[in-house]
Design a protein around this ligand. Structure first.
Ligand code: HEM
Ligand code: HEM
Ligand SMILES: [Fe+2]
Length: 472
């Protein structure tokens, strides 16, 4: 495809987006297999293990989101700094190394599904840490590629113009990359191991990734509705201060039952309960800026518009989704008094799905559309039928899965925990309860809806650039 992009850095961004979209599809297929196995446990028996489907599902999730985030930085870097990315050749090499490593890791997961664990399997096959199962050799490779990426970003921002958005991204990348190291060493003590593992998992999604999304929302609003930089950057700084405040000690909500001292009950309860506050601020940020720009344009007698309707729709979905999935569904189970009943039930999975989707998948899909707009040199991009089907079906599907899982989790809380006292027997009784079974069936049905939406999304991303409805 002939590209209208001026900078190599933006083209590299598109390469990252492309792999991200492929991995997103792989994630959904694995989710569907796991969801079928919940209902028909003999499905693919001895061919494809549930544990592998589940593992690839959530690792592909983390990896596609990291790809899309790295791609977003390469894409916006020349725009913010006004120059080509420093060391872009090295950046491209990093992309190929990372993509080759990811391919090998996934192939090994699929070829070696079961077997004994030893020191060498940690190095070669699987580190055994949920969400971060990449073997040690891949960890080292990832670290090198991330160092290249951080070098590209820092060298470019130092040489070119340095905006507030860039300053936030630079600080955030340091924290994001640094935290990954906490998940790289192994201890035999499970409590200690979990303690550090949460530094990556929680401090990523509830601190560094959220700050990153704040920076993307700020940049996107400037691009799409011409929001005033002073206004969006002011919001961004407020969010950074609040997110780092509540997110860091909010870590305590994972330390209730893993063998850490009991003062984590109070710390976790208080600070994690405050976590929805910055999410409300991010929501207000998008809606307020939108209203402000619209009002200003109307006052000048112009029609207020945005220049990329599919991307803008996904950004708005992000503001709602982040607030609902992380803020509301997170708050539901964050107090130890509640969590003692809900811990590790399908309720957790309901929150996990809506939060990852609402806070990250949405805005990153919005970035894909900004990428397509740039590649095709479109001044004002309009939604097609497929754009609307993609947004509608994916959002409806994920909401549907979330509600099914919430109901299944509610059944578990009542039967397994409250009634049967969290016993081994209680676990199995609740797995056979009608509401649980129906919840699993509805989750599968809604998963299929999500997948159809995804097919529309890919069709749209591939063809929307050629449509005649846009202003060139
Ligand atoms: C976008 C941000 C967020 C994402 C992506 C996210 C995702 C997740 C995921 C995937 C889990 C399950 C982890 C596991 O496998 O054990 C989890 C657990 C949890 N999350 Fe979040 N979360 C986010 C924000 C929040 C917020 C803001 C709160 C509280 C207000 C919260 C409260 C919790 C709690 C209490 C658990 C533990 C559940 C249990 O005990 O089983 N989360 N989160
Ligand atoms: C086709 C649609 C999907 C289906 C059928 C599906 C199905 C599943 C299944 C069966 C599991 C394992 C649950 C368990 O062990 O109890 C799972 C876990 C998970 N999925 Fe999905 N999923 C889908 C889409 C998504 C999407 C779009 C996201 C996020 C953007 C996502 C994020 C997660 C997360 C974070 C977990 C781990 C939850 C936890 O540990 O609590 N999934 N999914
Ligand atoms: Fe957390």
């Amino acid at each position: 495809m002939a590209s209208n992009l001026k900078y190599e850095s933006q083209k590299l961004g598109i390469m990252y987006f492309t792999v991200a979209a492929v991995l997103f599809g792989a994630q959904l297929l694995m989710g569907l297999i796991a969801a079928v196995q919940f209902i028909y446990p003999s499905f693919l028996f001895e061919l494809f293990d549930f544990s592998v489907a589940r593992m690839v599902h959530i690792n592909a999730l983390v990896v596609w989101m990291l790809y899309a985030m790295i791609g977003s930085v390469y894409f916006l870097l020349p725009d913010e700094t006004g120059i080509e990315t420093v060391g872009i050749k090295l950046g491209k090499l990093g992309f190929y190394v990372l993509t080759a490593a990811v391919t090998v890791v996934v192939l090994v997961y699929i070829l070696v599904q079961v077997g004994p664990a030893s020191e060498s399997t940690i190095w070669l096959i699987n580190e055994g840490r949920e969400y971060l199962e990449a073997p040690r050799w891949a960890d080292l490779g990832i670290t090198v590629v991330v160092l290249i990426f951080v070098y590209n970003t820092f060298a470019t921002a130092i040489k070119g113009e340095r905006t507030g958005i860039m300053t936030v991204i630079m600080a955030d990348l340091m924290a994001l990359a640094g935290l990954y190291l906490a998940g790289m060493f192994f201890t035999d003590n499970v409590s200690v191991d979990q303690f550090w593992w949460w530094w990556v998992i929680h401090l990523w999604v509830e601190a560094t990734w959220e700050v990153f999304v704040g920076a993307l929302a700020a940049w996107g609003l400037i691009k799409m509705i011409g929001a005033r930089r002073e206004v969006v950057e002011m919001w961004l700084w407020i969010e950074v201060a609040m997110l780092f405040g509540s997110g860091i000690l909010g870590l305590g909500h994972h330390y209730f039952w893993i063998g850490t001292p009991e003062y984590w009950w109070e710390i976790g309860a208080l600070f994690s309960a405050l976590e929805p506050v910055p999410l409300v601020a991010m929501f207000v940020h998008v809606v307020y800026d939108w209203g402000k720009e619209t009002g200003a344009k109307h006052a000048e007698g112009q029609e207020a518009t945005q220049n990329n309707s599919p991307a803008f729709a996904w950004f708005v979905t992000n503001a709602f989704g982040n607030f609902l999935g992380a803020g509301i569904w997170g708050f539901f189970h964050t107090l130890p008094q509640v969590n003692i009943y809900t811990h590790g039930t399908q309720f957790t999975s309901a929150h996990g799905h809506l939060a990852f989707f609402g806070a990250y998948a949405t805005i990153l899909i919005g970035m894909f559309y900004l990428g397509v707009q740039g590649t095709n040199g479109i001044k004002a991009m309009r939604s097609t039928f497929a754009s609307k089907m993609a947004l509608g079906l994916i959002t409806f599907g994920v909401m549907g899965m979330t509600i099914s899982l919430t109901i299944a989790g509610y059944g578990q809380v009542l039967v397994e925990r409250a009634q049967m006292g969290a016993t081994w027997e209680g676990y199995f009784v609740s797995q056979d309860a009608l509401w649980f079974l129906q919840g699993m069936a509805w989750r599968l049905a809604m998963g299929v809806v999500t997948f159809i939406g995804f097919v529309y999304l890919i069709l749209d991303l591939l063809t929307i650039g050629k449509s005649k409805i846009h202003t060139r």
